[in-house]
Structures are given as structure tokens and as C-alpha cells.
Design a protein around this ligand. Structure first.
Ligand code: PSU
Ligand code: MN
Length: 305
């Protein structure tokens, strides 16, 4: 297969794909913008380890020097983690400019899906996706992640969406754009830090085999869109809804007071929530990413059978 001229697939990932072995994509905005150093680098490397333990090859995705990387080295992950928010948070609209200028970018769910698909990777594990922001009826702030899910055939395993977003509107948007939302072992959409949101997913799915079968059917139907798997945070790591919702409300108020908008909104809210909960939310965040990595690796393994 002729690969894109801007794409570098790491030797390990290329070999796994050529041999039909399972591969799981991982994003890099979660490293540079989603967590502080050094926990971000430790988490990124630990997630790669969990994917290997569960029988798949990890492919951390980023843009380095204008090259689209499907599979980063340990040094590249360390570099992105240390550089933090100095690295451009790269969405679809940024890719061509970064390639043309030979610059670095941290990939969001959107650009991780794009690059994973270019490389031939079908399953992607992350923490939370972007969605429709609260107040979007006037700001029109809707994450490009939702549009990408509608158009790019990658299965994204996440822990639902945070209530920094309007979860009801996010589900409406996904429905309109034909993106199936699957709940892993649940009929209820998980809300990232907590297992409950009060909103229903489209389908409950109870095994990696069933997830793989669903995605295989989507591909065989000739659908070009993705699928969203929402995997609830393990009970023992879930947060007290009162504590987390109070922090989210305060973060939203501060974002408004500071006139935060555009691509800064999500990183600002994530950092504030972390600050306001004294690091408890970071522990939950790390554990749910581990949990998603396990499920994604097992699902990728089923898909290759
Ligand atoms: N939500 C999280 N953690 C994250 C992000 C979202 O709980 O790290 C990151 C992901 O990279 C996601 C991006 O794709 O933020 C969405 O940004 P925006 O809302 O600007 O589209
Ligand atoms: Mn936005």
C-alpha cells in the first residue's frame, strides 16, 4: 500500500500491520495539554505497556518536524511531555500548515483518527473526547472530534465525555451524523470521572468480541465513519459527583470570566478542574485511560482474528 508522503509509520507498527497483528493508536494532546509533566510521560509510557500486555502494539501518534508519526519513540513522548502546551494542539485545520512548515503538533482525537486511518490502524484508545460545549447554541463551540467520528473509520474507546460539555447535545450531534455510541457493559453514557450521566447510549455491548463484530460490520457495510465506545471508569476510581460537578461549575465560571474561547477552552477547563480537585481528578483520569487501553487492545486483537 502506498502510504502518504507526510506519514512515518514506526518500524514496529509497520511490521505489526503488515503481519495482521493488532495495533492500538494513542493520542498526544492528552500528553502535552491534558496532564502535567511528569505524570503525562509516565502515563503515556504505562499505557503503551498495558496495550502490549493485552496483546497489541501501541502507536502513539503526533506530528514531529512536520512528519505525521504513527508510533512515537520513548524520546519523542518525553519531548512532547516536557514541551507541554508549547506544542501546538493540532486539529484537522492545522495539519497542512504544520506539514508545510515542518513544525510539531500534539494530536487531538480528530488528528489521531486521521493519522491512524492513513496508517491502517482501526482502534484508538483515549480518555475523553471533545463534544458540544455548554452554551454552544450561541458560541457554536462544537469539537471537531464529532465531525471526525462521522467521517473517519476508526473505533474510538473513551470514558464518555466530561460534563464540562453539554452531554445531551453531544449525543444529539452524534445521532445526526450517524455515529453509533456504544456503552461497554452499560446502557448509560459514562461521564468520564463518574459512571453515570443520566443519558442513554445507543447500544450496550458486553465483550471485546461484540465490539469487534460491530466495527467489522460497519466496515463491511462500506460505512466511512467511526464508532464511539464509552467505557465507564472502574468503580474504585470514580469520583464523588458532588465534588467533581462543583469543580466543573467553578471552572466554567472562571473560563467565562477570563474570556477563554476557541481551542483554549478545553485545556483551560481540564487544568482548572485538576487544580480545584487537588489532583484527585488526575488519578481518576490516569486510571480510566489504563482501563480504555485494556479494552481497546482486546478489541483490536478480536478484529484481527
Ligand atoms: N477531553 C479530555 N481530555 C483531553 C481532551 C478532551 O477529557 O485531553 C483533548 C483531546 O485531545 C480532545 C481535545 O480531542 O481535547 C478536544 O479539544 P476541543 O474541545 O478543542 O475540540
Ligand atoms: Mn472548540
Amino acid at each position: 500500500m502506498a502510504l502518504n508522503k507526510y506519514l512515518d509509520v514506526s518500524p514496529e507498527v509497520a511490521e505489526a500491520l503488515a503481519a495482521g497483528k493488532p495495533v492500538v493508536a494513542l493520542e498526544s494532546t492528552i500528553i502535552s495539554h491534558g496532564m502535567p509533566y511528569p505524570q503525562n510521560v509516565e502515563t503515556a509510557l504505562a499505557v503503551e505497556g498495558i496495550i502490549r500486555e493485552n496483546g497489541a502494539v501501541p502507536a502513539t501518534i503526533a506530528i514531529i518536524g512536520g512528519r505525521l508519526k504513527a508510533g512515537c519513540t520513548k524520546e519523542e513522548i518525553e519531548y512532547l511531555g516536557k514541551a507541554g502546551t508549547k506544542v501546538t494542539k493540532a486539529s484537522r485545520r492545522d495539519l497542512a500548515m504544520l506539514c508545510a512548515r515542518g513544525q510539531d503538533g500534539a494530536t487531538t482525537v480528530t488528528t489521531t483518527m486521521i493519522i491512524a486511518h492513513m496508517a491502517g490502524i482501526k482502534v484508538f484508545a483515549t480518555g475523553g473526547i471533545g463534544g458540544v460545549h455548554r452554551g454552544a447554541e450561541t458560541t457554536m463551540d462544537i469539537s471537531a472530534d464529532l465531525e471526525e467520528l462521522a467521517h473517519t473509520p476508526v473505533m474510538v474507546v473513551c470514558a464518555g465525555a466530561k460534563s464540562i460539555l453539554d452531554l445531551g447535545l453531544t449525543l444529539e450531534y452524534l445521532e445526526t451524523h450517524g455515529v453509533p455510541v456504544l456503552g461497554y457493559g452499560t446502557k448509560e453514557l459514562p461521564a468520564f470521572y463518574t459512571r453515570h450521566s443520566g443519558f442513554q447510549v445507543d447500544y450496550q455491548v458486553d465483550s471485546p468480541e461484540e465490539l469487534a463484530a460491530a466495527f467489522r460490520a460497519s466496515l463491511e457495510l462500506g460505512f466511512t465513519g467511526g464508532m464511539l465506545v464509552t467505557n465507564p471508569i472502574p468503580e474504585e476510581y470514580s469520583m464523588d459527583p458532588k465534588v467533581i460537578n462543583a469543580a466543573i461549575d467553578e471552572a466554567l465560571a472562571q473560563a467565562k470570566a477570563n474570556g477563554i474561547h476557541g481551542k483554549e477552552t478545553t485545556p483551560f477547563l481540564l487544568a482548572k478542574v485538576k487544580e480545584l480537585t487537588g489532583g484527585d481528578s488526575l488519578d481518576s483520569n490516569i486510571q480510566l485511560v489504563f482501563n480504555n487501553a485494556r479494552l481497546a487492545a482486546r478489541t483490536a486483537a478480536c478484529l484481527t482474528k
